[in-house]
Design a protein around this ligand. Structure first.
Ligand SMILES: CO[C@H]1[C@H](O)[C@@H](O)[C@H](O)O[C@@H]1C(=O)O
Length: 694
């Protein structure tokens, strides 16, 4: 057991369920004849053979007996079904009795809906649910559900902790690694329908014929699984590979170059999804280099792909040239003035928080800042700031917290969440999307650790249905990855549900952020204060001195709080009403500030760092007790990684506390163990061979 099969392990159903499943599914047919239907047939055969533990053939016409039958409503017209409102990608699964036999029916409007429904039924069974009387409809809430790979053409993955890039450009186009198919299956199983193959720190080369020829077979492999290929567009490509001397979006030659380039790409990949762009951020070229704005840049690319049905995802992760202003405010300031000026096929892709994928941030104020601009969520599945692949941190809770956060109030007093803002508009489905920065590489288990697979899974599920709760998703995943046995699921799901908060506690509690060491972003570095840009330094973010700690973003500080809706501005402007979780994000407070708990701020900080370590100890204990339910190989790897996590949770706790003790001149309150070393020791540690550096 090496984790390769992800959520597609198709273990046989329990003794309680198997006889009944077998009785209700004595014959199987999937009607239709596209490559997508063929993929559904193949998946159904493989899946049911495992679950029912018998040889399974999937026919192409409705057989006799208790039958499972799948197809589009058109293909199933003989059955005269009531059509459910499943939309272009959704499906319905129902049961009915006909002529004394049981029919289990998967129906959809499209072939891809049939494939999603196939996965849906298999997953239902893998999660240990009965199928008698099954009656469900599932359709995605968002239209574009994409993985973003930060993969370089030399197969190095930026912030990747799971080996090399899957895309073997050297052997493409001639060799189509079977792994590409498994990647497509795993993604289709969770509803992901797009993949951007290359790093947002883009290399223009990928747009040359040499690479397009290699990207085309990837698109061919993914197509039956409903997955479109996207590429990152380097804004200066017209200069680098086009021989022009400018990339100015108002220049007609530049526009014509992109139009021709789009045309060329669509010749290789007829259903190419479009471009993902990082511009004017961290040294990437962009329209501002020519005194143009984000809308000018995005619209030029949007016009080039529009005739072919493509979209542009333009990232809002920007760094303003003015490095003295609060970085948390920058995206809002660069995008809100252009609200309403972006083309219809442009989505602005916004990181969940205003800074950068920290263990906890408030949601990005952009989500409530624009009215006539389509926004899409960007989550980071790869755990750049949450312990890479070794630390167990289930991110479903973090994403749920963002998606469900109240963001705006209507005139009628109705509260709208971030999800509401993201999918708002007349036809939410057609104007919305979610992107996840992939954690996938060539490691046998794909994600660098078994539990990191849960984050890939949760991303897909929440992109499909942002209203799902994180616990349900964790349960689904754990049941399919290990066992639906409740004696395993209850403790393990509880462990997953608390895991991200443990990381917050031992890394950056109470609204602290960006305390990691520079470059690798793995270990603690709160003392770092000498990097070129002020806003690269942890010291810029925590502002700890002998009097207090925290970043004042209230109306008397940077006033970032005013980028939020009135009801939030009011709540967060005052430390007394700001929730503890965001306290030091918005306020600079004295070490003696009295917390709701009755502790002083200093005591509270210490309490959280300790709690984080305790929590990881408890996770190890939980996992030790799970040995009877998990194969030895996976159990041991997870146990080893938890041991690493505990060691490093202590490292974070001790290093941060030693540093804060030094700047504040305080000792630890009674009952807490002092860090074994002073801060100089932690400063002198360095982290060798960190993967994933930018
Ligand atoms: C791709 O660059 C990344 C960079 O490695 C990462 O450290 C930062 O968090 O975010 C950047 C971004 O999101 O563009």
């Amino acid at each position: 057991e090496d984790g390769y099969d992800l959520w597609l392990r198709y273990e046989q159903a329990s003794e309680d369920l198997r006889p009944d499943y077998r009785k209700q599914i004595s014959a199987i047919a999937i009607l239709g004849d596209s490559p997508t239907i063929a993929a559904a047939r193949q998946e159904m055969a493989t899946g049911l053979a495992g679950i029912l533990d018998k040889t399974v053939t999937v026919g192409t016409s409705v057989p006799r007996g208790n039958t499972l039958v799948a197809g589009t409503y058109d293909a199933l017209s003989d059955l005269d079904l009531d059509r459910a409102d499943v939309g272009p990608e959704g499906y319905a699964i129902t049961q009915m009795r006909r002529d004394g036999r049981i029919l289990t029916i998967i129906a959809a409007d499209s072939d891809i809906g049939v494939l999603y429904g196939t996965f849906g039924l298999l997953q239902h069974m893998l999660q240990g649910e009965p199928i008698a009387g099954i009656d469900l409809v599932s359709r995605p809430a968002t239209q574009h559900r994409l993985l973003n790979h930060w993969d370089n053409l030399d197969r190095y993955v930026e912030r990747g902790y799971a080996g090399q890039s899957l895309w073997d450009w050297h052997k493409l186009p001639d060799y189509r690694d079977p792994r590409y198919t498994d990647y497509a299956r795993a993604n289709a199983a969770i509803g992901v329908n797009g993949t951007s193959l290359t790093n947002v720190n883009a290399n223009a080369e990928v747009l040359t014929p040499q690479y397009l020829e290699k990207a085309a077979p990837l698109a061919d492999v993914f197509r039956p699984y409903g997955i479109k290929v996207y590429l990152t567009a380097r804004f200066s490509a017209p200069i680098e590979i086009g021989g022009l001397d400018t990339a100015d979006p108002s220049n007609e030659e530049v526009q014509a170059w992109w139009e021709a380039k789009a045309e060329e790409i669509y010749n290789y990949i007829p259903d190419f999804g479009g471009f993902l762009v990082k511009a004017n951020s961290e040294g990437q070229p962009g329209p501002q280099d020519y005194d143009r704005n984000h809308a000018d840049g995005a619209n030029m690319l949007a016009d080039a792909v529009a005739p072919h049905g493509g979209i542009v995802m333009w990232r809002a992760f920007v760094y303003a040239a003015d490095e003295t202003q609060d970085r948390a405010k920058q995206a809002w300031e660069e995008f809100v003035p252009f609200d309403g000026q972006f083309r219809d096929n442009v989505l602005i892709q916004v990181k969940n928080g205003p800074i950068d994928f920290q263990p906890r941030e408030p949601f990005s104020p952009l989500f409530a800042g624009v009215e006539d601009t389509k926004l899409m969520m960007e989550f980071q599945i790869t755990k750049e700031y949450l312990g890479f692949a070794t630390h167990l941190a289930y991110l479903g809770t973090m994403w749920e917290e963002t998606l469900d956060a109240p963001a705006q109030r209507t005139e009628e007093g109705e509260t709208l969440t971030v999800t509401d803002m993201m999918v708002s508009g007349n036809d939410a489905y057609t104007v919305s999307g979610m992107a996840g920065v992939a954690n996938i590489g060539t490691d046998r288990n794909w994600s660098g650790s078994i539990f990191d697979q849960a984050n890939w899974y949760a991303f897909g599920r929440l992109a499909w249905d942002p209203a799902l709760d994180a616990e349900t998703v964790a349960r689904e995943w754990a049941a399919m990855t290990f066992t639906p046995d409740r004696a395993f699921l209850d403790p393990v799901v509880a462990m997953m549900m608390g895991s991200r908060e443990a990381v917050v506690d031992y890394m950056t509690p109470l609204g602290l952020h960006h305390l990691m060491d520079t470059g690798h972003h793995y270990g603690p570095g709160p003392w770092v204060d000498d990097l070129d840009r002020p806003d690269w330094n942890p010291a810029y973010y925590h502002k700890a001195d002998e009097d207090g700690i925290g970043f004042d973003r209230s109306s008397s500080g940077s006033d970032a709080v005013s980028q939020y809706a009135g009801f939030l501005r009011e709540e967060w402007d005052d430390p007394e009403t700001t929730p503890d979780e965001l306290l030091l994000w918005f306020h600079h407070l004295s070490w003696d500030y009295e917390m709701r708990s009755g502790r002083t701020l200093w005591e509270e900080i210490v309490h959280h760092y300790q709690r984080g370590v305790d929590e990881v100890e408890a996770m190890r204990e939980t996992w030790d007790g799970m040995a009877p339910y998990v194969d030895a190989e996976r159990h041991a790897q997870i146990a080893d990684f938890l041991a690493i996590q505990e060691k490093e949770a202590r490292w974070w706790r001790n290093a941060c506390l030693a540093y804060f003790m030094e700047v504040s001149g305080r000792d630890l309150p009674d009952g807490y163990e002092a860090p074994p070393h002073d801060v100089d020791h932690y400063k002198s540690l360095y982290f060798p061979s960190a993967p994933g550096n930018g």
